[in-house]
Design a protein around this ligand. Sequence first.
Ligand SMILES: Cc1cc2nc3c(=O)[nH]c(=O)nc-3n(C[C@H](O)[C@H](O)[C@H](O)COP(=O)(O)OP(=O)(O)OC[C@H]3O[C@@H](n4cnc5c(N)ncnc54)[C@H](O)[C@@H]3O)c2cc1C
Length: 514
Amino acid sequence: MNSEPRQAINSIVIVGGGSAGWLCAGLIASEHIDDEHRNVSVTLIESPDVKTIGVGEGTWPTMRTTLKKIGIRETDFLSRCSASFKQGTKFVAWLNGDDAESYYHPFTAPAGYTDINLVPYWQKHRDAITFANAVSVQGYVCDRNLAPKQRETPDYAYVVNYGYHLDAGKFAELLHEHCTTQLGVRHVVDHVTSVNGDPDSDIRSMSTAKHGDIEGDLFVDCTGFASLLLGKHFKVPYVDKRDILFNDSALAIQLPYANEADPIASQTISTARSAGWIWDIGLTSRRGIGYTWSSEYSTDEEAHDTLRQYIGATSSAAMDSIEPRKISFRPGHRSRFWHRNCVAVGMASGFLEPLEASALVMVELAGKMISEELPANREVMDVVARRYNDLFRYRWDRIIDFLKLHYVLSKRTDSDFWVDNRRDESIPESLRELLALWQYKAPEHRDLAQVDEVFSAASYQYVLYGMGFETHARDSARQSRDATKAQKLFEENSDLASRLVANLPDNRKLLGTT
Ligand SMILES: Cc1cc2nc3c(=O)[nH]c(=O)nc-3n(C[C@H](O)[C@H](O)[C@H](O)COP(=O)(O)OP(=O)(O)OC[C@H]3O[C@@H](n4cnc5c(N)ncnc54)[C@H](O)[C@@H]3O)c2cc1C
């Protein structure tokens, strides 16, 4: 063994002050702040000239664990970020294009999930009750705009599982304040003018306009679409996924509620349109609405009209004052995410349409792995990088499969966008295989390789059976044995739903804005 001292990895430099940069700073700093043996320092450089993306308002339940770990109180987070509770997504008009048709993908796993697969039992009653309502209480709770917890439920605890809807700008401000005052993160407001180091070797430092060169051992690229370090400096190739996920454009707008007491929806509402879909997210202070579509199937003008029609039908906002912001993106991701002493997180590593809000959870997963597996020295960094790349490549592929599933199951025929989305050549082989498998048996844990899958078999069940998929399983001996247990779970779910509907508080009342 070489007895030379190895270069320790202590100085972490994050470039970018959007949600990705500050979440990473918070996760790395909170993990290492008390570590006396390892003098880890975190510096975050943020350009005063390049704005953050400013959207990204839906999170997963994982955000509760992330905020708790970073050390932010939930009540502070809710009030500072105009945040509300998100209990899942309601998909409208995805199946046939009729606005009266919808289904839920709730955050609560189906009843008895780890013990019994309720799909075959539900299928016998599928005309009488939706899958989500048969196995979960959350659709009932969301239909009535109820909160997922009581006033006395502790911070981050729940009665039914939830994530958040939040104001992305206020979120970055809160994280910034907390990281700099409580976690010792150094904040440098300056523009990075060059990345120093040969592209064939490690990055040495960032040159900034006013603060000179800032050196580091590990650089985290959180520069958004610019991908300044991984993309521009190292030229790590971008893997374009437009052939699978067609959407590459978005129009985003923020609208006030017509009345201050209007209900706050407890779920993201995703409404399918002829060339994409509209998100509708209720915060305590306003709604965030946007249309994401494919530029191959719709002009900007048609997209504006689509969004205007939706707003006209769901809000009293004056139409002539509406000027949405256009965002163009290239669906896909880098071929590697950690290269030499640089790891890209957030949109610097890739971006797919915001269906199912998978971007921030990928930031959380990245920040968690970087902080928990922070390489001890330069020598071991390549091993960590390899493991990181394998895992995240797998995760991007699984997210792509899951998002595509929503399009593949649609029966819409009203535009080429929907018809082309079902063409074999646009469906990944991995998804085609799973769909073949699930024709004869309902999804379960072992169909997906990882223990901590981004989208579990439960999520697949909600989307498949919410969209009318049929599994033709033959009755098995186990099924007959467990029939009483299944019936009991359905009854318990129904009883629990009645109790929760009677007892959970109104979302807006709990959030304290009426
Ligand atoms: C339309 C749309 C809707 C979305 N909806 C959701 C959603 O519902 N849920 C979800 O999870 N995600 C969503 N996302 C994704 C989410 O917004 C992002 O993943 C998240 O905001 C993280 O962005 P970021 O920090 O990577 O980039 P940005 O917010 O763009 O931040 C980039 C940072 O880099 C800095 N920077 C750039 N160049 C330099 C330089 N030269 N020197 C110094 N600093 C520099 C900028 O100043 C900025 O601080 C959505 C995205 C879009 C486009």
